[in-house]
Design a protein around this ligand. Structure first.
Ligand code: DHB
Ligand code: FE
Length: 308
């Protein structure tokens, strides 16, 4: 049986990708951001997942205002990086996992979540930047360390899905993964956020109190987070803060209880509060990869930088 063993939340600020591509990672401004992910990269190497489901949003790269799927699941064998205006990022093509992806599509759609199935799709910074943060800089001739199932969520054109719908979809994804017969250890990424607003009179808005409360409640009270209405994200976390609903798909997929393994928060990168969290699924610890998970968590905890 496949199992979702952990969830990873990470911002996806495009300027982080540009800093990687242009070898600016050692500059003090960027080192502050990248240093918060060193432990996470070690954790990722220790955990060695078989597959990653990456919940992210497309920024008018694969889709346009012509066609806006609310939830689009990538079932292709590969997903090339999109040209976002400066040519495709120099990162590897992401290899998919069509067998697990089509199984998830079937299970979730029969569970009455109307996913769009995407057999051809390019991926933008929403997906490639979190992968870099967790896996490091990998040249286009290399490979990401695991196959990737992209799940694109519309958070760029009104109306995005509610946080509650996202949370429920996460639960349906957990059920889908657990009904897949092969023993796969799966991680799920929730990406985007945290608070930021890119345009308009409130451009530059960051709300650290809101962000930290959101990070706290991912383990303490995710049901409370799932009830936050759109207007509160907009008011408190800025127009683009609505990206945070994607973290609730990740959280819903971890089951009732999840334990915080590691967290990092810094302000700002570009216009955005950078938030990152690793959560282990409590029931998964009991059943799958217990010792690996324990060892990786101990390593991460040994050097925790909790900026609570
Ligand atoms: C920025 C952040 C984003 O999430 C994004 O998609 C584009 C820009 C920024 O901080 O500039
Ligand atoms: Fe974004």
């Amino acid at each position: 049986m496949a199992k979702i063993i952990a969830g990873i939340g990470s911002s996806h600020v495009p300027a982080i990708g540009a800093a990687i591509d242009n070898n600016k990672m050692e500059e003090p401004y960027w080192k502050r951001v990248f240093s918060g992910f060193e432990r996470s990269q070690q954790w990722m190497r220790d955990i060695k997942p078989d597959v990653a489901i990456v919940v992210y949003n497309d920024h008018a790269s694969a889709f346009s205002t012509d066609l806006i799927p609310t939830f689009a699941l990538g079932t292709a064998t590969e997903f090339p990086p999109a040209d976002e205006g400066w040519g495709p990022r120099p990162v590897p093509v992401a290899k998919g996992h069509p067998q697990l992806a089509t199984h998830i599509a079937q299970s979730v759609i029969l569970d009455e979540f109307d996913l769009t199935v995407v057999n051809k799709m390019e991926i933008d910074h929403g997906l490639t930047v979190p992968l870099n943060l967790l896996c490091g800089k990998i040249p286009p001739t290399g490979h990401w360390p695991f196959p990737i199932i992209p799940l694109a969520v519309n958070v760029v054109m009104y109306p995005p899905p509610t946080g509650h719908r996202c949370f429920m979809l996460g639960k349906a994804i957990k059920k889908a993964v657990e009904s897949y017969p092969e023993d796969l250890r799966v991680v799920i990424f929730g990406t985007g956020g945290l608070s930021h607003q890119i345009s308009g009179p409130r451009a530059g808005l960051i709300n650290s109190k809101w962000d930290k409360n959101f990070l706290d409640n991912l383990s303490k009270d995710p049901v409370k987070l799932s009830k936050i209405p759109h207007i509160d994200y907009m008011r408190e976390a800025g127009a683009e803060g609505i990206e945070m609903v994607m973290w609730l798909i990740m959280r819903g997929a971890l089951g009732e209880k999840a334990d915080e393994v590691y967290r990092f928060y810094t302000v700002p990168a570009s216009n955005t509060a950078v938030g990152h969290i690793i959560l282990s699924a409590r029931d998964a610890k009991a059943k799958a990869g217990k010792s690996k998970m324990k060892r990786a968590a101990a390593r991460a905890k040994a050097d925790v930088r909790k900026s609570k």
